[in-house]
Design a protein around this ligand. Structure first.
Ligand code: AMP
Ligand code: ZN
Length: 317
C-alpha cells in the first residue's frame, strides 16, 4: 500500500492491484500470467509423476458452457494447445439450449472444432426421460460414459475436464468424511487408462480455485452460463463448498494446502486395486458389470412420462 491507500500488484509492484482474491493480489496482466503459469505447471505434471499431455496430443476438451470449462478451453487455446471441444446436450429444456449456444458461439469465434452429442437425437431420450429418481447420478453416469466413448471412438489421446481446486476439495472432503478408501486411492488429477477403451482423463485446473476462474472469465470477457442446472439439488456438495469457503476466509490458502497435501501424502491411503473390466454385451464398452454396462441399462429402462418432469425455470446466460 502506498501513501494514497492504493494497493499495488504483489508481482510487478508497479500497477494497482485490481484482482484482489483470498490468496493473491495482482494487476490484471500479472494475474493472467500467474493463472496461465498455474495451468501450465499442472499440464507439465509438476509433482504429479507424469505430464498431462504434450503439444502433439489430441486433446478432447469437455465443455458444459459453465465458467470453469469455458475458462479451461480458452486457456488451453491461448497456451497454444490444439483442442477439440465436446459438448453433451442433455436436453434439459432451456438450460441445455443456452449451454449449447454458449459453447457453439465460442467454438465459432475461435474457429475451434466442436463435437456435440445430442442425447435425444442419438439415444431417443432426454436426461429427464432417462433418470428415474436421482437426475444427478444419471447425469454423471451419462456424461462419464459419453465423454469416454467419444474420446475413444474419435481417437483422442486424452480427455480434459474443467474440475477446479474447489471441486477436488469437495470430493476429497466427501471421501474423507465417509472414509471411502477406494475413492481416496483413485482421486488424482490424472486418471490413467486401465483398459484399451478407457481414455486417459486429466484436470488441468486442479491448482486453480473457483474464485480465480471467475476473475479470469471476467477479465477475458468469456461468455458462460451462470445458472446452475435446474435439476441439481447439490445439497451436500454445496454445504461442503460453503464450509471450505468459510475456512478459506479465515485461513487463506487452506484449500490449496488441503488438496496439494493430499496429493503429496496419497500413498498413505494405499494403492488402487486393478480389477478386471468386462465388456458390455450391447455397446462393447468396458464395464464392471456382467452383461450390460450401467449406461445401456439406463437406456433399457422404460421411458419416464413427460408430465413427471420437474419444472425448469427459464434462464439467460
Ligand atoms: P460437473 O460434473 O457438472 O461439475 O462438471 C465437471 C466437468 O465435466 C466440467 O468442467 C466439464 O469439463 C465437464 N462437463 C460437465 N457437463 C458437461 C456437458 N454437458 N458436456 C460436456 N462436458 C461437460
Ligand atoms: Zn453398454
Amino acid at each position: 500500500m502506498n501513501i494514497t491507500g492504493m494497493k499495488f500488484c504483489e508481482r510487478c509492484r508497479k500497477k494497482e492491484a485490481d484482482v484482489v482474491l483470498s490468496t493473491v493480489r495482482f494487476c490484471e496482466p500479472c494475474f493472467i500470467e500467474y493463472f496461465e503459469r498455474q495451468v501450465q505447471r499442472a499440464i507439465d505434471g509438476e509433482k504429479l509423476g507424469a505430464e498431462m499431455f504434450s503439444r502433439d496430443s489430441r486433446i478432447l476438451m469437455a465443455v458444459s458452457g459453465g465458467k470453469d470449462s469455458m475458462t479451461l478451453w480458452n486457456v488451453l487455446n491461448d497456451l497454444g494447445y490444439e483442442t477439440c471441444g465436446l459438448h453433451i446436450d442433455l436436453n434439459i429444456d432451456e438450460y441445455s439450449e443456452v449451454s449449447r449456444r454458449v459453447v457453439e458461439n465460442f467454438a465459432a469465434s475461435k474457429s475451434l472444432d466442436l463435437i456435440v452429442v445430442d442425447l435425444r437425437k442419438e439415444y431417443g431420450k432426454s436426461l429427464m426421460e432417462l433418470a428415474m429418481r436421482d437426475a444427478c447420478s444419471a447425469c454423471g453416469l451419462v456424461k462419464r460414459y459419453l465423454m469416454n466413448k467419444v474420446a475413444y471412438e474419435k481417437g483422442f489421446s486424452v480427455l480434459a475436464t474443467g474440475h477446479t481446486l474447489d471441486d477436488e476439495c469437495v470430493t476429497l472432503l466427501g471421501n474423507l468424511t465417509r472414509w471411502n478408501l477406494e475413492f481416496l486411492q483413485r482421486q488424482y488429477p490424472i486418471l490413467e487408462s486401465t483398459h484399451p477403451k478407457l481414455v486417459r482423463k486429466v484436470k488441468p485446473l486442479f491448482r486453480i480455485s473457483d474464485e480465480e476462474t471467475a476473475a479470469y472469465a471476467r477479465i477475458k470477457r468469456l461468455e458462460f452460463v451462470r445458472e446452475k442446472c435446474p435439476l441439481a439439488s447439490g445439497a451436500t456438495s454445496l454445504s461442503y463448498k460453503k464450509v471450505l469457503n468459510e475456512l478459506e476466509q479465515r485461513h487463506p490458502s487452506l484449500k490449496k494446502a488441503f488438496y496439494l497435501g493430499f496429493l503429496k501424502n496419497k500413498s498413505l491411503f494405499g494403492k488402487e486395486e486393478n480389477f478386471e473390466l468386462k465388456t458390455c454385451e450391447s455397446c462393447g464398452m468396458p464395464t464392471a458389470n456382467v452383461g450390460l454396462c450401467a449406461f445401456c441399462k439406463l437406456l433399457e429402462r422404460p421411458k419416464r412420462r413427460h408430465d413427471e418432469k420437474s419444472k425448469v425455470k427459464p434462464l439467460s446466460i
